[in-house]
Design a protein around this ligand. Structure first.
Ligand code: PLP
Length: 422
């Protein structure tokens, strides 16, 4: 029986209407930027397999380190015990982050990294005796994950619709710009006595359509929050590890967030791992003789040594000068292509941050995630050996940093053809 048929009998896929879904392509192998299906057809993974893969598939350095770790220590309970990969990863990660991040708290995906960040902030205020600080500020179009806390601080959308009544109340604000920045700051000032924290995706909002806004306005929002002691959470789950042209998107800020959430690129896209980091101000609010001030949170696979080893290996590659050169090269190629299609009648907007290039298609009235254009575009590129997975009418390229100029040129050429033919 073929894999597609066996799959259809037993699997429920994520984000997929399982009645007559588009066929699931059986992938048997990956190498560098390419995925190979069971018929030997080759695909360029131009979305980094849901934004996780930064160094290419089946990277030999990461594979070797994972193998070594599996043969040494595959897992150990992380309460009461510790191990070299977890400690070393924290030692190497903390100094890379903007500001003075003091501690790493491990989980196993982006959503749980966000849950921990929210729990740190809410309990922080309880621990210092100000239980009235319960409100959370978030962007109206944010996406922070699919667990209940992460969904609550995400924009209300078709993703959250069946659960909206059960999600906790959040103070949603618009993305900042020159026109509204003063009123957003006044809103924060007005609410300040009730607000525990402000969570944001720095400069690029991923799942809601790769929306972008300027660092200078985020700086002002963070500064306004910090004036009132409101904790700030940078969700760099998507933007981290070079994606926006810097190691972390927040490097473009002057202000320093109190907490960071990381996942996706953290292990180079090989193993599930999440990290929430905080500064000593947050951490110290949990130090007490009172056991009730403990952060009672953990997962079975917290700080899994194999995942930590993968992450250390991924950092080795990330910090090589040639990786940064690749990132800059992609940035330059993207910018030149963007310039060449500027003003195209079928495109409503073209925007770029680092290695992310976004083309928003003109659709008249139908701009929803469910628009028919989305499937047409998706299938058009698949047929031509390119994995691009538009968010509704928003087509974006978000490639592994090892993508060659030739493959980038092929993707651009195919986009030009799509602009003619679709
Ligand atoms: C993907 C994503 C998450 C959720 O991460 P998962 O590992 O999918 O749970 C959270 N925040 C942002 C900004 C993301 O892009």
């Amino acid at each position: 029986m073929s894999l597609i048929v066996r799959d259809a009998k037993v699997i429920w896929h994520p984000y997929t209407q399982m009645k007559n879904p588009l066929p699931h392509i059986p992938i048997v192998r990956g190498e560098g930027v390419y995925l190979y299906d069971e018929n030997g057809k080759k695909y360029i993974d131009a979305v980094s397999s849901w934004w996780v893969n930064i160094h290419g598939h089946a990277h030999p350095h990461i594979a070797a380190k994972v193998f070594e770790q599996l043969n040494t220590l595959e897992h150990v309970i992380f309460a009461g015990f510790t191990h070299e990969p977890a400690v070393q990863l924290a030692e190497r990660l903390l100094p890379l982050l903007p500001g003075e991040q003091a501690k790493v708290f491990y989980t196993d995906n982006g959503s749980t990294a966000v849950e921990v960040a929210l729990k740190m902030c809410l309990q922080y205020w309880g621990n210092i005796g100000k239980q009235t600080r319960k409100k959370i500020i978030a962007f109206k179009n944010a996406y922070h994950g699919d667990t209940f806390g992460a969904m609550s601080v995400s924009g209300r959308s078709i993703f959250t619709d069946p659960f909206n009544q059960l999600l906790f109340d959040v103070e949603f604000i618009e993305l900042p710009n020159a026109q509204n920045i003063e009123s957003l700051k006044s809103r924060i000032n007005y609410l300040s006595n009730e607000v525990a924290c402000f969570i944001f995706e720095p400069m690029v909002l991923g799942a809601s359509g790769m929306l972008m806004y300027e660092a200078q306005y985020l700086d002002q929002l963070i500064e306004t929050c910090q004036k009132h002691g409101i904790l700030t959470i940078a969700d760099e789950v998507m933007t981290g590890f070079g994606r926006t042209g810097k190691y972390f998107s927040c490097e473009a800020l002057t202000a320093k967030p109190d907490i960071f959430c990381l996942s996706k690129g953290l292990t180079g896209g090989t193993m599930p791992l999440g990290v929430t980091t905080c500064n000593s101000k947050v951490f110290e609010a949990f130090l007490s003789d009172d056991k009730l001030k403990t952060l009672y949170h953990g997962h079975s696979f917290t700080a899994n040594p194999v995942a930590c080893a993968a992450s250390l290996a991924s950092l080795d590659i990330l910090l090589k000068p040639e990786t940064l050169k690749n990132i800059k090269r992609i940035e330059t190629r993207h910018a030149a292509f963007a310039e060449s299609i500027k003003g195209h009648v079928k495109l409503k907007d073209i925007r770029q941050r680092g290695t992310i290039l976004v083309m928003e298609w003109e659709t008249g009235d139908d701009t929803t995630y469910l628009s028919g254009l989305r499937d047409n575009l998706y299938l058009y590129f698949l047929e031509r050996g390119i994995v691009l997975r538009p968010l509704g009418n928003v087509l974006y390229i978000l490639p592994p940093y090892v993508i060659s100029d030739e493959d980038l040129a092929y993707i651009y050429k195919t986009i030009l053809k799509a602009l003619e033919e679709i």
